[in-house]
Design a protein around this ligand. Structure first.
Ligand SMILES: [Zn+2]
Length: 435
């Protein structure tokens, strides 16, 4: 990534600052409001069950990689954040069965109240709940994987229509979403169908679901199902096809910064994830990060404050290990080197491939051949892994071959840490990225 890109993503970043902090502590879900409020809002919910990454990753990409240019979209990418992090369908039971009646003692009671409030917001006119179902829904029995009791690859409605309600022509809308998705199938087997659960006619299970709750509040609501019988990027691909069609139907306009193909989605999921620690003193790209990063400077005696590019990122502390989790996936474990922190946030000088440059802490600096850290009266510099016969590591040209690969923070062996200390206090980190 070039520095321009990095800056661009830094902007996206700021958006998540406060909310991710709270999500980290209490696993509270996030509501991300996009576009301009105009009384015609689509509410997208992902992650009601933590073992369905297609749904919650699709919602997360909608939150981070789409720009809403007309209209309004609200996204909850991580409704059951605790179950996502635990990679467990429902640590406290199936959350999608808690919308009819629920004891106040239920550990998820507050989450349900919160999402109900958003569903009932007067601006919300259409709700899509994203799921990854098993197998392939078919109206008639084909074989055990393709039959009416399977949930994969369908658009779910509770009834044909909801009279007197905007977008209440549920079946019609569902059918046009299905038709659109079916124009872009990866393989024939993936074909979508409308799945009407006819909940009102006595489906005791579906009566407790989020969409049926919404229907009873007079809101158009749909379920969208991808299938668990395919990799996550393909599930996300199908969810996004459907979501784009819903937006089209509602007159919501958008742009996105990746190609809507299975490959484009794969790259969007796996690149450009990062966290920023302690007000940007450290910024870590996560897509290629090592399983374990040792001697990582963590602030002594305080909670770890971080921001993430994406609301599916959580950091879980156990002893002196900080596990970075991205949805269902464990990305890395940071082994703490507890340090006092120096609060100053200045800029520091480098010479990169012969060109002088001043950068802030938290920068990822692209280097072709060599870099040199300029001496600085304020700070002692430690280029992690680099050793030299003299005491100082500043004002020396350093090439990639001079740092043992095992010290890189990424699996590819390209990214190395330059750390600044004021006496023994950690002041900040710059990462150099050999391209
Ligand atoms: Zn589900």
């Amino acid at each position: 990534m070039n520095r321009g890109m990095w800056k661009l993503y830094s902007l996206v970043f700021l958006f998540f600052v406060s909310s991710v902090l709270s999500a980290n502590k209490n696993y509270e879900f996030e509501l991300i409001k996009k576009g301009k409020q105009d009384g015609n809002t689509m509410l997208v919910v992902g992650g009601i069950q933590g073992d369905e990454p297609g749904g919650f990753v699709a919602a997360s990409l909608l939150a981070t990689r789409y720009k809403i240019t007309k209209g309004s979209v609200w996204v909850v990418p991580n409704l059951n954040f605790y179950s996502i992090i635990k990679r467990n369908r429902g640590p406290y039971g199936d959350m999608n069965r808690k919308f009819a009646t629920l004891s106040k003692k239920d550990p998820e009671y507050n989450i349900i109240q919160r999402i109900k409030k958003h569903i009932n917001n007067k601006d919300v006119k259409l709700i899509v709940n994203l799921h990854d179902g098993s197998g392939f829904y078919r109206k008639k029995y084909v074989d055990s994987l393709h039959q009416p009791t399977r949930w994969g690859q369908c658009s779910v409605i509770d009834q044909v229509s909801l009279d007197g309600v905007k977008y209440g022509n549920l079946k019609e809308i569902s059918s046009s979403v299905v038709a659109e998705v079916n124009k872009h199938l990866i393989k024939k087997e993936d074909v979508y169908h409308v799945h009407n659960t006819r909940t009102r006619e006595g489906d005791k299970e579906m009566e407790k679901s989020l969409t049926y709750y919404a229907i009873n509040q007079g809101k158009a609501a749909f379920g969208n199902e991808a299938t668990k019988n395919q990799p996550t990027n393909r599930r996300v691909y199908y969810h996004l096809l459907a979501l784009e069609k819903y937006m089209h139907i509602m007159g919501i306009e958008f742009t996105r910064d990746f190609e809507l193909t299975p490959k484009g989605v794969y790259d969007a999921i796996n690149n450009d994830i990062y966290i920023s620690l302690y007000n940007g003193k450290i910024k870590l790209p996560l897509s290629q990060i090592r399983d374990i990063v040792k001697y990582f400077p963590i602030k002594k005696g305080s909670e770890l404050a971080f921001e993430a590019s994406n609301s599916l990122v959580a950091i879980i502390k156990k002893g002196n290990t900080y596990t970075i989790q991205y949805g269902n996936r464990r990305l890395s474990r940071l082994k703490a080197d507890y340090r006092e922190y120096d609060d100053a946030n200045g800029s520091v000088g480098f010479v990169v491939d012969g060109k002088p440059v001043d950068v802030k802490f938290g920068t990822l600096l692209d280097v072709k051949d060599n870099f040199l850290v300029k001496g600085n009266n304020h700070y002692r510099v430690n280029v992690i892994g680099y050793t030299t016969s003299s005491k100082k590591e500043t004002d020396k040209k350093i090439r990639k071959s001079q740092i043992p690969r095992r010290f890189s923070i990424d699996k590819r062996g390209n990214i190395y840490r330059v750390e600044y200390y004021n006496k023994n206090k950690f002041a900040g980190m710059v990462l150099v990225n050999f391209k």
